[in-house]
Design a protein around this ligand. Structure first.
Ligand code: ZN
Ligand code: ZN
Length: 366
């Protein structure tokens, strides 16, 4: 990502801030700071105004700032000056009268400190200004997400080539994490979920010492991070001697997912995509077992805007990358979720994930 790319993002943000109206914004959400500057350290805030970008940080990051974001002005605070005091100093120097703040990313203490130090400056609470920009991915971001998808998929291919029998959920979680890093991930997008048999009825199961036994199925929900960007996939591997009940659930979830993916294109309400999947699952009389939203945006964070759910107000736009992950979970029996990452294109969509998911492609053994 070039410096001009980050400057372009800050300029877009400035247009939103100006309309508040405000003279500038204090960006205190660390992911938003990264998005606007390329800086990956912590404990640092960005002050962003008209052609103005000051990164308030401390001595641990002087070199890192020069390396990662040479185009922003660093303000390195000495140890005895708090982060919020340093913000107040810079705001006074800039003579800003109205300072936008990210109300979801400031502590009560931080807010009180700013108020006390910035007499005569109005603090203007804002919500989701940067998050809204982050919903629409540019070409570089899409490339990074593609890479994160490729790494995650290759890791599953390696895992499938191993003998999975008698391995525990925890062992397989560790193996997946190791393989993603070995293949080139910066890290994991989140700790992988590995759930055997009845454990798969928990949408966010925490891996245990349970082993994959004969005749059981196993759910993997995992993702890699590549250049800061996440992927997020779910696959269920099935036993060859497939019980009719789990086959029916799997087929229903797969059909629901396909129905949802088909309606993805610019201008479609995110709630409609959710509805397309929910209708298929309800028709199979499994509606009450689909107990979460259909999907979410992925990017620098594994869960970000937009939301695909019955109550979502979001409208799909080109450049959004969303997960489509219907699931059916029967308590004490088990569940199936199938999750892919989908890019909204100018005239439709592109499924970025390619890991096999047809029943005859996900069978485990005899
Ligand atoms: Zn997932
Ligand atoms: Zn997800």
């Amino acid at each position: 990502m070039s410096a001009t790319g980050f400057a372009h993002r800050r300029e877009k943000l400035w247009h939103l801030v100006r309309n508040q109206p405000a003279d500038g914004i204090l960006v205190s959400d660390p992911v938003n700071v990264t998005y606007l500057t390329g800086f990956t350290g912590e404990d640092s805030f960005l002050l962003c105004g008209d052609g103005q970008a000051t990164l308030i940080s401390d001595g641990r990051f002087t070199l890192q700032i020069a390396e990662e974001c040479p185009d922003v002005e660093p303000f390195i605070r000495p140890g005895h000056v708090t982060l919020h005091e340093a913000v107040a100093k810079v705001v006074k120097k800039l003579r800003w009268r109205r300072l936008a703040i990210e109300s979801a990313a400031i502590t009560l203490d931080g807010h009180n400190e700013l108020k006390a130090k910035l007499e005569g400056v109005e603090l203007v609470p804002t919500k989701n200004l940067v998050e809204e920009l982050r919903q629409i991915k540019d070409d570089t971001e899409i490339e990074h997400i593609r890479e994160a998808v490729r790494i995650a998929e290759r890791a599953l291919t390696v895992i499938r080539a191993l003998c999975l029998s008698r391995r525990t959920e925890k062992e397989l979680q560790t193996e997946l994490e190791y393989q993603m890093r070995r293949i080139g991930a910066d890290g994991v997008a989140f700790p992988p979920i590995v759930a055997v048999g009845p454990r798969s009825a928990l949408p966010h199961a925490v891996p245990t010492g349970r082993e994959l036994g004969q005749g059981q199925w196993i759910l993997f929900d995992w993702g890699a991070k590549a250049r800061g960007y996440c992927s997020d996939l779910t696959r269920v591997l099935l036993p060859k001697k497939l019980p009719a009940k789990i086959r029916k659930i799997y087929e229903t979830v797969l059909a629901a997912q396909q129905a949802a993916i088909e309606v993805i294109r610019p201008g479609v309400p995110a709630s409609e995509v959710d509805k397309a999947a929910r209708t298929v699952i309800a028709a199979a009389r499994l509606g009450k077992y689909f107990n979460h939203g259909l999907g979410h945006g992925v990017g620098l964070q594994v869960h970000e805007r937009p939301r695909l759910s019955p109550t979502s107000q979001d409208i799909l736009q080109p450049g959004m990358v969303v997960t489509v992950e219907p699931g059916v979970y029967l308590p004490d029996f088990g569940g199936v979720r199938i999750e892919d990452d989908v890019l909204v294109t100018r005239d439709g969509h592109e499924v970025l994930t390619t890991a096999p998911k047809e029943i005859d492609e996900v069978l485990l053994w005899d």
